[in-house]
Design a protein around this ligand. Structure first.
Ligand SMILES: Cc1cc2nc3c(=O)[nH]c(=O)nc-3n(C[C@H](O)[C@H](O)[C@H](O)COP(=O)(O)OP(=O)(O)OC[C@H]3O[C@@H](n4cnc5c(N)ncnc54)[C@H](O)[C@@H]3O)c2cc1C
Length: 347
């Protein structure tokens, strides 16, 4: 059996149009059986992500940009903040399929199969699929929150550090800008993110505090889209670290790396994961290219773990209704607003 240099399980969000992000001359197998598909997700791409990955600019016209975010307290009192750059929101079916297609155009071999099992054999990874096994010397696990690669190499992630996200997609609302409304009794928020043709109306909260989420979403939907019938709800889990202990495990070894949701790399305050999946994947690719996949571990920690830890601390404010009400009433949400704005808005 021929052995490839790199196997990427799950769509790798590293932007393949950056030549430096792909090992030149390396043979890359890209396993994903799902595209095109709409992932349950707000689809918000931050201004920071746009700055870090200018290559995704060509996808911006396929979404909707915006510079303002309304932030609401549980009482409904609202302030509006303006960010320092335009964010955009886009259908994940469009965004993800575009990244996948570009990777293939740049030379990755698509294997449109689910990886059902994996093992090490004679110094290589053997990945089992419905159409037979494939081999690679290095493996990157980019296979999302229920990651097979993570389960096999590291173990399941602790559900204490997970959230439920649920939303509906409706024909685009006429709302003036994106909206984030805090619950006040738990972390997380309800949102409206406007894409080009549709709006995502959703709620996200810690998995172990998700009681009443259906009712909260239905109520929020009725307020935001009065008179409209509520479409079917789709829900998913996402990593949401409570604190530093969520990041205790190593996400790399001599011939493997785990990136994105599989590694738990989501902003604990905002739930932003697309940017960190791309950033982590780029670091992983650089380390593989240098022949040192294990270097991914110290490098992702240096690059964005400090942000995660700071935001996990800030997120604790969201569990205090009175604190949020006071901040919004005073119009002083910049410490929250800017961070959330930078992550999640669409116009
Ligand atoms: C409701 C909700 C709203 C969200 N809103 C936002 C937002 O607005 N902005 C934002 O930045 N983030 C948001 N997030 C988080 C964001 O969706 C994720 O952090 C991001 O998609 C992570 O990317 P990933 O590539 O690691 O995983 P995924 O996007 O989950 O991709 C993993 C891929 O791996 C494939 N795969 C899985 N197992 C296998 C296998 N065995 N074999 C082959 N392929 C496999 C899957 O088919 C999938 O395509 C939201 C999440 C939720 C749940």
């Amino acid at each position: 059996m021929k052995t490839a240099d790199v196997a990427v399980v799950g769509e790798d969000r590293r932007d393949p149009s950056r030549p430096r992000a792909w090992p030149p001359g390396a043979s890359v197998l890209l396993f994903d059986h799902t595209h095109p598909r709409e992932k349950p997700c707000g689809g918000g791409i931050s201004a920071s992500a746009r700055r870090a990955f200018p290559e995704i600019e060509e996808l911006v016209p396929l979404g909707k940009t915006g510079t303002r975010l309304r932030i609401a307290a549980p009482s409904g009192r609202t302030v509006s903040v303006t960010g320092d750059g335009a964010t955009f929101a886009i259908d994940r079916a469009v965004f993800d399929a575009a990244l996948f297609d570009r990777a293939v155009k740049l030379g990755a071999t698509p294997i449109r199969e689910r990886v059902s099992n994996l093992r090490r054999d004679d110094g290589a990874w053997v990945l089992e699929t419905g159409s037979g096994p494939r081999c690679a010397r290095v493996m990157i696990g980019a296979d999302g929150v229920a990651s097979l690669v993570r389960r096999r190499l590291i173990g399941r992630a602790d559900l204490k550090h997970a959230a439920l996200g649920a939303h509906v997609l409706v024909d685009r609302l006429e709302s003036p800008s994106a909206l984030v409304r805090f619950f006040g009794d738990r972390r997380g928020y309800a949102w409206v993110f406007n894409r080009r043709e549709r709006s995502s109306i959703g709620v996200g909260m810690p998995l172990d505090r998700r009681n009443g989420w259906q009712l909260a979403l239905a109520k929020f939907f009725t307020e935001q889209a009065p008179g409209r019938a509520m479409p079917p709800v789709v829900s998913w889990t996402l990593p949401l670290a409570r604190g530093e202990e969520a990041f205790a495990e190593r996400m790399a070894g001599d011939d493997w790396c785990v990136v994105g949701d599989a590694a738990g790399h989501v902003d604990p305050l905002t739930g932003e994961g697309i940017y960190y999946a791309m950033w982590g994947a780029e670091i992983a690719a650089q380390c593989v290219l240098a022949g040192r996949p294990g270097d991914y571990e110290p490098r992702w920690r240096e690059a964005y773990l400090p942000v995660f830890l700071r935001h996990a601390r800030t997120a604790r404010h969201l569990e205090h209704r009175r604190r949020i009400e006071l901040l919004v009433a005073a119009g002083s949400v910049p410490f929250l607003g800017r961070r959330i704005y930078a992550s999640m808005t669409s116009g």
